[in-house]
Ligand binder design. Structure first.
Ligand SMILES: [Zn+2]
Ligand SMILES: [Zn+2]
Length: 383
């Protein structure tokens, strides 16, 4: 973040003053040269001589630093070159190689189910990029759509529902619509199936999730409610809050200066933000997530240049996965309540244990219970 554009607020160096994304974009456009705006990498490599002059040290010192920090120095001397092509899990550790890291990888892999793919091994050994980062590098997106330069990139952190833990972090282009942020929030409350399916657990077509029924949501940024009304059945949650606020404003003057706009047609470039300030995303009536704009900067040549890769996830927290309460092996696919056969309420079951415990061979219920499928597409899909 350029210091000239955003400075810290007195007494708090984590929240910036309010800034217009469009103003930031215009300032960058007017103050930078064409090469920087087109985010071209520099034509020539920086010479040792110019680097020494910039750092205020001898050229010899820069050469020494370059030698010490060279990527070749990251290779462990005990690791032979041919190890790149070696399948440690299936072929064992080669003779004469004594690396604790390989022994540990082998031990962990043997504990899990056997891994045949060599690529999977290398991921463990060489810390290859995660799925998301591969996506970032464009290996999973076949089409290419160029980004019109100059472009401003916003780093946005989305928190978990109703708590202060970071869930995911994304890069957004300032020309993207605001609903791109709403669309990339993944939340369990969207994926809950709220009707009892104990009578028809095999009918997957009848399993309608909350997000299929309730499409209402808003973002609250700088006293403006951005309402998602793309679906005609979506409700405007802001009206009831603004009515409450206007009544309250007689007693508390700071509450009440709120307005609302449709999210549709608004891009990030059209909004005002404070970096580091917690804003609100609300959906499913009362499921609330903090949203923080962490950074704003010009698109760089090292950023993905394919428009289709944005919003680009750069961080994702480890998802908590619930295991079956009977076998403790498979992930839970069903939640039961008021279950005569369960020790706890609610109880969690994998598909196999759920069927075996609750139904006869011809599919009849053996006791009273209510059952709700777990439908998160990214979690609990192992079995
Ligand atoms: Zn939520
Ligand atoms: Zn089970």
């Amino acid at each position: 973040m350029s210091r000239g554009v955003v400075t810290s607020v007195d007494g708090c160096n984590e929240i910036s003053p309010i800034l217009s994304v469009r103003e930031f974009f215009d300032k960058c456009r007017l103050s930078l040269n064409r090469e920087a705006l087109d985010c071209q990498p520099p034509d020539e490599e920086i010479s040792f001589e110019s680097l020494a002059a910039a750092l205020g040290v001898q050229e010899e010192t820069v050469r020494q630093l370059s030698d010490i920090c060279h990527e070749d120095k990251l290779v462990c001397p005990a690791r032979p070159e041919y190890l790149e092509d070696f399948d440690v899990v299936n072929d064992g550790i080669p003779e004469g190689v004594d690396l604790m890291s390989l022994r540990e990888v082998k031990r962990l892999q043997e504990k899990k189910k056997p891994v045949k793919s060599r690529a999977k091994n290398e991921k463990e050994i060489n810390h290859m990029p995660s799925e998301e980062l591969q996506k970032m590098f464009g290996t999973q997106v076949q089409k290419f759509e160029p980004i019109e330069k100059p472009e401003v990139v916003l780093t946005i952190t989305v928190y978990q529902a109703n708590n202060m833990r970071v869930h995911r972090e994304y890069l957004f282009l300032s020309s993207q619509p605001l609903y791109a942020l709403r669309d990339c929030v993944v939340c369990d409350s969207d994926n809950i199936v709220s009707t009892d399916h104990s009578e028809n657990p095999w009918d997957t077509d009848a399993q309608i999730r909350n997000k299929d029924v309730c499409k209402s949501a808003f973002l609250f940024i700088e006293n403006i409610f951005y309402i998602d009304k793309r679906d005609p059945t979506a409700r405007d949650y802001s009206r009831v809050i603004m009515d409450w606020a206007s009544r309250r404003s007689l007693k508390t003057p700071n509450v009440g200066n709120m307005t609302s706009r449709l999210m549709e047609g608004v891009t990030f470039r059209d909004i005002n933000i404070r970096l580091g300030f917690p804003y609100l995303y609300c959906h499913q009536g009362s499921c609330e997530h903090l949203v923080i704009f962490k950074d704003i900067r010009l698109l760089h040549c090292s950023d993905p240049q394919n428009r289709l890769l944005y919003p680009c996830m750069t961080f994702r927290t480890r998802e908590y996965k619930t295991r079956c309460m009977i076998c403790r092996i498979y992930l839970a696919r069903w939640i039961t309540v008021n279950d005569e056969l369960a020790m706890q309420d609610p109880s969690f079951f994998c598909k196999k244990c759920f069927d075996a415990l609750h139904y006869t061979e011809d599919g009849q219920k053996v006791c009273k219970f209510e059952a709700y499928p777990i439908m998160n597409p990214e979690k609990n899909q192992e079995n």
